[in-house]
Design a protein. Structure first.
Length: 229
C-alpha cells in the first residue's frame, strides 16, 4: 500500500494518486496497472476503503453511482430526458423509474414526471460517448415536491456535506429543514427556515478552503436564529 499523494494534495490529469490494490477507485480517478490515476485537476480525498479526486472547478461530470438532483427536460414515448446541471443530459427509462406497470398506449407519462419536475436520481452508467442512464431504484430517489433548489460548485459538495455528513446534519438540525445535496451541485431545501439554510450552504461554498468551518457555521447559525427571535 502506497499513497503517492496525500489527503488534500492537488493533482492534475494523469497523476498517480495511489499504488496498490488495497483501495478502490471512486469518482474522479481510474485504475491502471495497480495504480489509481487522477482524471481531473483537483484535490485528493481518501475514504475508508477508497480514494477519489474532487475537481477544482468546471461543470459537473457525471459518474456512475452518483446521486444527483435533475430536472425533467423532455417526455418521450417510453422515457424521460433530464437536465443534470452538466454539459450532458441523461435518460430515465420507465422500467427503472416507476414500480407499477405502464401501458404506453393508454397511460400518459406526464402523470408521473412532467417537464420542469425535479427528481433525485442515480447515475447508473456513463458511456465513452457520454450517454448517461439514470435510475430511481435507489431508496434515496424520488420526485421533489415544494421547496427550493440552489446551486453550488460541484467541487464544493463534499465540504457542504462534511465528514460523515456532519456539516449538513447540523444545518438540518438547527434550521429544521429537509435538505438533499446532489453530487452535481444542486441542493434542495424545504422548511420554514429555508432562506437561512440556503445562506448557510452558500457560506460554506465561499469559505470551503478554511479550517474549523463546521464549528464556525454552527456558531453563525445560532447567532442568526437568536437574532430572528
Amino acid at each position: 500500500m502506497s499513497r503517492v499523494k496525500e489527503e488534500k494534495d492537488l493533482v492534475t490529469p494523469g497523476d498517480t494518486v495511489f499504488e496498490g490494490n488495497e483501495l478502490y477507485a471512486n469518482s474522479g480517478v481510474y485504475e491502471e496497472d495497480d495504480k489509481i490515476i487522477s482524471k481531473y485537476t483537483g484535490v485528493v480525498e481518501y475514504g475508508q476503503n477508497s480514494v477519489r479526486v474532487v475537481p477544482m472547478s468546471g461543470r459537473y461530470m457525471p459518474e456512475e453511482g452518483d446521486i444527483i438532483i435533475a430536472e425533467i427536460s423532455q417526455v418521450s414515448y417510453n422515457n424521460w430526458r433530464a437536465d443534470l446541471n452538466s454539459a450532458y443530459d441523461g435518460m430515465l427509462r420507465i422500467d427503472v423509474a416507476v414500480d407499477e406497470y405502464i401501458d404506453l398506449d393508454e397511460d400518459d407519462l406526464t402523470d408521473y414526471f412532467d417537464v420542469g419536475d425535479a427528481i433525485v436520481v442515480e447515475v447508473t452508467s456513463v458511456s465513452e460517448q457520454k450517454d448517461i442512464n439514470l435510475s430511481m431504484e435507489d431508496k434515496r430517489c424520488r420526485k421533489l415536491n415544494g421547496g427550493r433548489i440552489i446551486e453550488v460548485y460541484p467541487s464544493k459538495v463534499p465540504r457542504v456535506i462534511g465528514k460523515k455528513g456532519t456539516m449538513i446534519k447540523q444545518i438540518k438540525k438547527k434550521t429544521g429543514c429537509k435538505i438533499i445535496v446532489g453530487q452535481n451541485g444542486l441542493v434542495w431545501i424545504d422548511g420554514d427556515n429555508a432562506n437561512l439554510a440556503a445562506r448557510a450552504v452558500k457560506k460554506i461554498e465561499e469559505e470551503a478552503h478554511t479550517d474549523g468551518l463546521t464549528d464556525r457555521i454552527g456558531e453563525w447559525l445560532d447567532e442568526q436564529l437568536e437574532e430572528g427571535e
